[in-house]
Design a protein around this ligand. Structure first.
Ligand code: TYD
Length: 405
């Protein structure tokens, strides 16, 4: 029997998505034979309410010198992170010489706004290639996996931090308890922790099961975050819901008793109870909804294919690895996936081996249908691709339900 990664209670999977490759593991033809697979299964802990993967590949298999995800590929996300940085500067950096730490700073998309204002900062980014880009931008970044022991080293070298930030990173780290122990040590008595990740409530509501992939070892809610931090005498003091990544939650945490707990926290905790996020039945319904979504997406693509129409995928996201592999969608149904990230182009999608091509190929000859694999950037993409629609192109979307628009 597996144990909860947070509270060590016994857990059982409520869903298996089957064998999955590394979600960001875009590969060459020569690498097909050695591709790594693991069983992607998710569980709910009835004790602490954390939703989590049963198994996660070793971090070194996911985050390395060839990591394929660069945060700065979305213009809207760039604006989002500038606003996040400004909010922290204005509302939380009150000392005369503040120090800001960001975990998983990627290419420096957020931390650059502190660096450019001359604020003392440190990025911690295990993927060497993206950390290099951050350093080149003038963002001081070290390449490490963060845990209790690296926190000690950082504390010795740089001292305590006023603001410990992270975006779409905390839910990646299997040994979350060690991360919290490190944070507890590193954040000064008046300091804050602010991080955001895809929100469990949105995933359940929208059946956006593609938020479950190797990197996303947790799907957080207020109740699970509250439990996890209370183990270390830290307190959830506020939340700020975000529209990013299909619905995210920003959590604001402080040392116990250091700040007042906002009523937003109590209200949202109540909502979570109304949504029954604390009940195992919810996850059994979710599994059935995933199966329905899978079957209708596959059927739709098979039907379109029979009609001899051209279909391409739009954006080779990590999330799409779960969709394509779980639904069994390969190059027979999707001709290629268009993506703007140079490191992904010319390679093949993990597991299903659909070719990934430059965005220019999508532009050069519009397909009849494009599967919106980056549905979370839907607004930005629809805005940008008005011509595709005007030329008669149709979008296939699958969140919150499968349809053609
Ligand atoms: P994102 O949803 O952030 O990916 P993930 O599921 O990996 O978190 O989307 C980023 C990917 O989408 C990246 O490979 C670049 C690609 N992309 C495009 O190709 N065109 C676009 O207009 C956008 C916004 C993203």
């Amino acid at each position: 029997m597996k144990k909860c990664r947070i509270c060590k209670s016994p857990i059982e999977p409520f869903i298996s998505f089957g064998q999955m490759p590394i979600a960001n593991g875009f590969l060459t033809r020569e690498q097909f034979a050695d591709e790594y697979f693991f069983e992607l299964q998710a569980a709910f802990c009835a004790n602490c309410t954390m939703v989590q993967l049963i198994d996660q590949p070793e971090p070194q298999k996911m985050f390395h010198e060839n990591y394929a995800f660069f945060s700065s590929t979305s213009k809207r996300m760039a604006v989002h992170f500038e606003e996040f940085a400004n909010h922290v500067k204005k509302d939380y950096l009150t000392s005369s010489n503040p120090f800001v730490v960001e975990l998983g700073c990627n290419d420096g998309i957020m931390l650059q706004h502190f660096a450019n204002s001359g604020i003392k900062h440190l990025g911690i980014e295990p993927s060497v290639n993206v950390a290099r880009v951050a350093n080149e931008k003038g963002v001081q970044t070290i390449s490490e996996f963060f845990n209790e022991s690296t926190a000690k080293d950082i504390l010795g070298k740089y001292g305590q931090t006023d603001a410990f930030l992270a975006a779409n990173v905390m839910c990646h780290i299997a040994d979350f308890n060690s991360v919290i122990a490190g944070i507890k040590m590193l954040v000064n008595p008046d300091g804050i922790v602010m991080f955001e990740d895809p929100y469990l409530g949105d995933v359940i509501e929208k059946t956006s099961y593609d938020q479950l992939y190797d990197e996303h070892v947790f799907l957080f809610s207020l109740s699970s975050i509250k439990y996890a931090f209370e183990q270390y005498d830290m307190e959830l003091v506020d939340i700020e819901p975000q529209g990013t990544h299909g619905g995210s939650m920003r959590y604001i945490i402080a040392h116990k008793g250091a700040r007042l707990v906002s009523k937003n926290v109590y209200t949202q905790l109540e909502k979570e109870k109304e949504m029954k996020l604390n009940k195992v039945e919810t996850y059994n319904v979710f599994r059935k909804n995933c199966e329905k979504s899978r079957d209708s997406l596959k059927q739709l693509l098979v039907d379109i294919n029979k009609r001899g129409k051209r279909v391409v995928g739009y954006a080779a996201t990590s999330k799409s690895t779960t969709i394509l592999n779980y639904c069994g969608i390969g190059p027979d149904l999707i001709e290629f996936i268009s993506d703007t990230t140079p490191i992904k182009q010319g390679k093949f999608s993990p597991g299903m081996h659909i070719p990934v091509r430059a965005y220019e190929e999508f532009m050069a000859k519009y397909p009849d249908y494009a599967v919106l694999l980056a549905w979370n950037h839907g607004e930005e993409i629809m805005d940008k691709e008005k011509q595709f629609k005007a030329a008669g192109g149709k979008w296939i979307i699958f969140v919150p339900e499968v349809k053609v628009v």
